[in-house]
Design a protein around this ligand. Sequence first.
Ligand SMILES: [Zn+2]
Ligand SMILES: [Zn+2]
Length: 463
Amino acid sequence: MSNRKASFLLASAALIIIFAGCSKKEAPTAAQEQGKDAAQPAAPARPPRNPLKNAYFGDLHLHTGYSMDAFAFGTRTTPEDSYKYAMGETVEYMGKPQKRNAPLDFLAVTDHAEYLGVVRDTIDPNGPFAKTPWYAMMTSTDPKVSGEAFKKLIGSTVVNKPIPEFSDPKLLRSTWEKYEAIADKYNAPGKFTAFIGFEWTSAPQFQNLHRCVIFADKGPEIPFTAFESVDPEALWTYLEQQRKSGMDVIAVPHNGNASNGLMFSTKDMSGKPITRDYAERRMANEPLAEIIQAKGQTDTSPALSPTDEFANFEMWYYLIGSDKKANSATGSYLRQAYGVGQEQQAKLGVNPFKYGIEAGTDFHSGITSTEPSNYPGSHGNQDNDPATVIRATTSVGGEPPTALSSGGLTGVWADENTRESIFAAFKRKETFGTSGTRIKVRMFASWSYPKDMTKQADWIKAA
Ligand SMILES: [Zn+2]
Ligand SMILES: [Zn+2]
């Protein structure tokens, strides 16, 4: 999808795009190609860097039982399970063993920062809620009682009014420390990259402005929640502070399709036209946008692209967590934003929407099961058995579970499978998104390529 835009933007330049490794079965990962078995704990020699770069595939958007909504759906997986599953190990999900056919090269677990891990704590007989009414409600054998407790919790996030005992910074800090340590434990330079991340879950009146936050290496003291602010500019301030203290970090917006036109609006949250400063900050903090995930694609819609016969691919029509339809006439989709961004560039001198592309799952299962032939559902008890999927008329976002797709994957061109190398690719936007396949998309562009360029033996190096 990004290539289509690129070819439009660079129509008069010589352009070389290659597609490789496209097959029905998922191709082996770069780690497999290098003869490494992700399941083996022994540390083999680190593969040499490839200056011509390898394509690595991973997911930068995944929820586990540490996310309040996933926990409410019955998901009990932990970030530890997520990294194991991504590396090709067997883990248990909804009472059944699950294993990827082809391991991933990298993963960021991005649980919702709001109440991160806290709901899990409520059912721990030795945890911080053990002697409180919450423990009794959450562990009640009467589903009505526990259902009411969950309703109260979810309701508080919808109106953005945190329940004090669940948003105690000390509690968040202690969970977050463990959370970061898990990513560090599974990060294996040269073999598998585990990023530290979280999701900032801003959705005023169900209008989705969510961003996944991904750290280059070490993580912060504490994540930033939408309880503190629902304004993306406040999130950028937090990111800028992290960078000042030596931790590079990016935010990746997703589901513009459910934003009611807010995601790629030319107005800020206060309704004022965006400024040059806004555009500069947006691009410095958000080099990438997520183009597809479980809740549909954010590329374009049939209404915006009437002559594109693929524009109805994996559409999602609703606001987030609501059965109300989104207004997506403008400001919701990337393809349109690329054009608007150029208009803004002419006006402000900076393009606020010059996004690179990535894709993720946003599964609330803890497992990145993007393999269609190996898919156990993605949202706990909402879609874990075929009868539920067929019969249910509503689900996570108002639509029936049949509307959920099998998610997407991020492709990255990097010289080795390390945090440093892959994060650098995010920053220079040498990335692409797929609907879960491992097609390798690479683009080169120049005004002066010779016509027989691809016939040269070392054409990749030359390009
Ligand atoms: Zn989200
Ligand atoms: Zn998410």
